[in-house]
Write a protein that binds this ligand. Structure first.
Ligand SMILES: Nc1ncnc2c1ncn2[C@@H]1O[C@H](COP(=O)(O)OP(=O)(O)OP(=O)(O)O)[C@@H](O)[C@H]1O
Length: 287
């Protein structure tokens, strides 16, 4: 008779670690010798040009793609040793293109996040789902089939489903896609208030500072630089890696200068803007 193995004990606040992880796809190293340690509760932005490996690296972190070399560890345990259910109790993923479960009503879609927690009482699970729904402001949409939602509404539903999963580590691929400006700001604030590890691939560099303690810059599957956003997103790095210029501007109500990104042509006239400053701290560049 088949007996399920007992879950492997993990710390309540697990660290996520990539130990020299690589992934080959059709002979190409799309994740290349990545080593990262993400302490519990950190907010990390993954940035890089199109095709630099953000989505693939998230999939490797989630255990959906096994590294061809190296390891992914959660709380010191190799992700490959965890059952699918135990992994899903630890890690939730919001994909860039979530599969739309057309006929499913929003309430049932969000409740799918409880699947790995079948042992929890119905009432407790219902309370978790209800909190996720409220946080993502989905109450008016609960009885709507998923296929009738706008792109931004679907994105909010996908994030609510991931919150209902109560993960220790939340991985998001372009979570602000389709969101209007206000919803985007609210969503980033929500993600930073969850009290769990959040790792998000972001295209919009201007959102990095708002969201992340730490930014990891990818280029051709490698970590090009990582560290505190204002230290890493220097003029030299942004220009060299993204072909853009960065200006740090003071805002009266913010302690930190905010980063504004311009294409080099647009930025030509910026010398005449008196408050604009170009900071050039040295990036913490990894080999
Ligand atoms: N299934 C696959 N088979 C072969 N190559 C793939 C596959 N999926 C992705 N790739 C390649 O891996 C590289 C990294 O792709 P990935 O989607 O991870 O990049 P990304 O940084 O997320 O890109 P984007 O910003 O465009 O979303 C790209 O060169 C891509 O063409």
């Amino acid at each position: 008779m088949f007996t399920a193995l007992p879950p492997i004990p993990l710390p309540a606040q697990p660290e996520l670690q990539l130990d020299n992880a690589s992934l080959l796809r059709q002979g190409k190293r799309v994740v290349n010798s990545v080593s990262l340690t993400v302490p519990f509760g950190a907010h990390v932005a993954l940035v890089g040009p199109n095709g630099s490996g953000k989505t693939t690296l998230l999939q490797v972190m989630a255990g959906r793609l096994a590294p061809s070399q190296g390891r992914v560890l959660i709380g010191g345990v190799d992700l490959a040793r965890l059952s699918g259910n135990q992994r899903a109790q630890q890690i939730a993923v919001v994909h860039q293109h979530e599969q739309v479960h057309g006929q499913l009503r929003v309430r049932d879609y969000v409740a799918l996040g409880r699947t790995p927690h079948a042992q929890v009482s119905h009432d407790e699970s219902a309370a978790v789902v209800s909190r996720a729904v409220q946080r993502c402001r989905l109450q008016p949409l609960l009885d709507r089939p998923m296929r009738t939602l706008s792109g931004g509404e679907q994105q909010r539903a996908a994030i609510a489903r991931a919150l209902a999963q109560e993960p220790r580590i939340l991985l998001l691929d372009e979570p602000t896609n389709h969101l209007d400006l206000r919803t985007r700001a609210d969503m980033l604030d929500l993600l930073t208030e969850l009290g769990v590890t959040v790792i998000a691939a972001l295209h919009e560099l201007s959102l990095v500072q708002r969201f992340a303690h730490r930014v990891v810059v990818l280029g051709e599957g490698r970590v090009v630089a990582q560290g505190e956003p204002s230290q890493v997103l220097t003029q030299e790095l942004v220009h060299g890696h993204f072909g853009m210029d960065v200006f740090y501007l003071p805002l009266p109500h913010r302690e930190q200068d905010i980063a504004v990104f311009e294409s080099p042509q647009t930025a030509k006239g910026a010398d005449s803007v008196p408050r604009a400053t170009v900071r050039e701290p040295v990036a913490e560049t990894l080999a």
